[in-house]
Design a protein around this ligand. Structure first.
Ligand SMILES: Cc1ncc(COP(=O)(O)O)c(C=O)c1O
Length: 418
C-alpha cells in the first residue's frame, strides 16, 4: 500500500478544548498529603458496607441465575417498587410504572438530552449549575442559556423574561442543595417555576440527588408535585449519595410517552443497568430502613459543614461571601473581585489543599473569583487543617494577574467525583 488515508477526525461535539491547568492541578489532589475539598464524594467510611455486602450475598445465593442474567430495560421491578414506595411516603404518590432505573442520575440526563433536544434547541439552566449537565447538553448540540440565581436559587422574574425571549424546550434545575451552590429553592418559587412551564410550554428536568441529605430545616415539595407541571416535569433521583455511587443506580420519574422514549434510548446505550446491582439495591431497600441509616450520615455531614462554616470567616479574604446550606455536600464561595481561583489552584495544591474553581460551573461569562468546597469527606480536625492551608494561599497576596490564564470550561474536568 503506497498511501494511507487518515481516518476522519472526531465528531465536532467530541472535540474537547485540550489540556488544562485545572485538570492537571485536580489530578494532583489525589495525592494523600492533599486535603481535598474538591470531589463531590460521599464519605466512604459511612457506607453501610456490611449490609450492602449481605444484600449482594443474598441475591447471589438465592437467585444467581436471575441476577447474573440480562434483564429488562425499565429496571428491576422490586427496585422500582421500593423507590416508588419511598417517593409516595415522602409526599409524591408514585407507582413503580412511573419510574425507570438508570445507570446513575447522570444517565437520566443523557437520556433526556437524547429524547428531548435537537441540535440548536435552547436549554435554560441556573447560573451556576452542575458542570456534567452542561457537558451533557453541550454534547447534544443544545444552546445553553443561563438564568441568574440569588442565595435562594433561580430568580423567577429573570426566568420569566428569559423563557419568553428564548422559548426553551427544557429547564434543567437542581432545586435542593444545588451543585455547586448548596442553595435550596423555596416553595413559592418552585410553584412559580411550575406555572411558568405550563404557561410557556417547556419541559423541566428536576434533578434531586441531594434532597435526602437534609440536616437542617424542613423538606420543600418537589416542583413535579405541583399540578401545573406534573405532565412536563421529569424527576431525576439517585442512590449515589444515599447508598453508594459505585453501584451506579439512579432513576427517573416521567410522563409515560417520554418514559417510553427514554427506555428506547437506553436500549441503545446499555440495554439495562446492572441486574445484580439493582437486585442488591432492591434487597437492601426492602430489608433496611434507609431513613434510619441516613441519620448518622446526616449528623456527620452537619458537623463537617458547621466546622467549615465556622472557620471560613477566618480563611476567606475580607469581602468574601459564601452559602450556608441546610444539607447536601457543597458550600459555594465568592472572593472579592480580582481573585482568580483557577489561577490559585496550583498554589493551593502545592500547599496541600484543593477545591474546585467556580468557572466551569458557569454557562455564561464566569465569575473567576468563585469556588466550590465539599465538606463531606473529612473529619472536623482535617477540615480545620485544610482550611488553615487555604487561608495561607488566599492571604499570601495572590491577586490574580491573569498570567496563568487557567482555562476552565466543562471540558477542563474529568468526571469522577462531580
Ligand atoms: C446535580 C447532580 N446531578 C446528577 C449527578 C450524577 O449522579 P449519579 O451518581 O447518580 O450519576 C450529580 C453527581 O454529582 C449531581 O451533582
Amino acid at each position: 500500500m503506497e498511501r494511507r488515508v487518515p481516518p476522519p477526525s472526531l465528531a465536532e461535539r467530541a472535540v474537547s478544548t485540550g489540556g488544562s491547568v485545572i485538570r492537571e492541578a485536580l489530578a494532583l489532589t489525589a495525592r494523600p498529603e492533599v486535603i481535598s475539598f474538591a470531589g463531590g464524594l460521599p464519605a466512604p467510611e459511612l457506607f453501610d458496607t456490611d449490609n450492602i455486602r449481605a444484600a449482594y450475598d443474598r441475591v447471589l445465593s438465592e437467585s444467581p441465575h436471575r441476577v447474573l442474567q440480562y434483564s429488562v430495560t425499565e429496571g428491576d421491578p422490586g427496585l422500582r417498587e421500593a423507590i416508588a414506595a419511598r417517593l409516595s411516603r415522602q409526599g409524591l404518590p408514585s407507582h413503580p410504572d412511573d419510574l425507570m432505573i438508570t445507570t446513575g442520575a447522570q444517565q437520566g440526563l443523557a437520556l433526556l438530552a437524547t429524547t428531548l433536544l435537537n441540535p440548536g434547541d435552547v436549554v435554560v439552566v441556573e447560573e451556576p449549575t452542575y458542570l456534567a449537565a452542561l457537558q451533557c447538553f453541550g454534547l447534544a448540540g443544545a444552546r445553553v442559556v443561563p438564568v441568574p440565581t440569588d442565595d435562594q436559587g433561580i430568580v423567577v422574574d429573570a426566568l420569566a423574561t428569559i423563557v419568553a425571549r428564548e422559548r426553551p424546550r427544557l429547564l434543567y434545575i437542581v432545586p435542593t442543595f444545588q451543585n455547586p451552590t448548596g442553595h435550596t429553592l423555596p416553595a413559592e418559587r418552585r410553584h412559580a417555576v411550575a406555572r411558568l412551564a405550563a404557561e410557556h410550554g417547556f419541559w423541566i428536568a428536576e434533578d434531586d440527588p441531594y434532597g435526602e441529605l437534609r440536616f437542617r430545616g424542613e423538606p420543600v415539595p418537589w416542583i413535579t408535585a405541583h399540578e401545573e407541571a406534573s405532565d412536563r416535569t421529569v424527576l431525576l433521583g439517585s442512590l449515589s449519595k444515599v447508598l453508594a455511587p459505585g453501584m451506579r443506580l439512579g432513576w427517573l420519574r416521567a410522563p409515560v410517552a417520554l418514559r417510553r422514549a427514554c427506555v428506547l434510548a437506553k436500549q441503545s446505550l446499555d440495554l439495562h443497568s446492572s441486574t445484580v446491582d439493582q437486585a442488591a439495591a432492591a434487597r437492601y431497600l426492602t430489608e433496611h430502613d434507609l431513613d434510619a441509616r441516613l441519620v448518622p450520615v446526616k449528623a456527620a455531614y452537619k458537623e463537617r459543614c458547621d466546622t467549615l462554616l465556622t472557620t471560613l470567616p477566618h480563611v476567606l479574604p475580607e469581602g468574601s461571601t459564601w452559602s450556608r446550606p441546610d444539607g447536601g455536600m457543597f458550600v459555594w464561595a465568592r472572593l472579592p473581585d480580582g481573585f482568580d481561583t483557577a489561577a490559585l489552584l496550583l498554589d493551593a495544591v502545592t500547599n496541600g489543599v484543593a477545591y474546585v474553581p467556580g468557572a466551569p460551573f458557569f454557562a455564561g461569562p464566569a465569575n473567576p473569583a468563585t469556588l466550590r468546597l465539599s465538606f463531606t469527606t473529612h473529619h472536623p480536625p482535617e477540615i480545620d487543617r485544610g482550611l488553615k492551608r487555604l487561608a495561607g494561599v488566599f492571604h499570601a497576596g495572590h491577586r490574580a494577574s491573569g498570567a496563568r490564564g487557567a482555562e476552565a470550561g466543562p471540558a477542563a474536568f474529568s468526571s469522577a467525583g462531580t
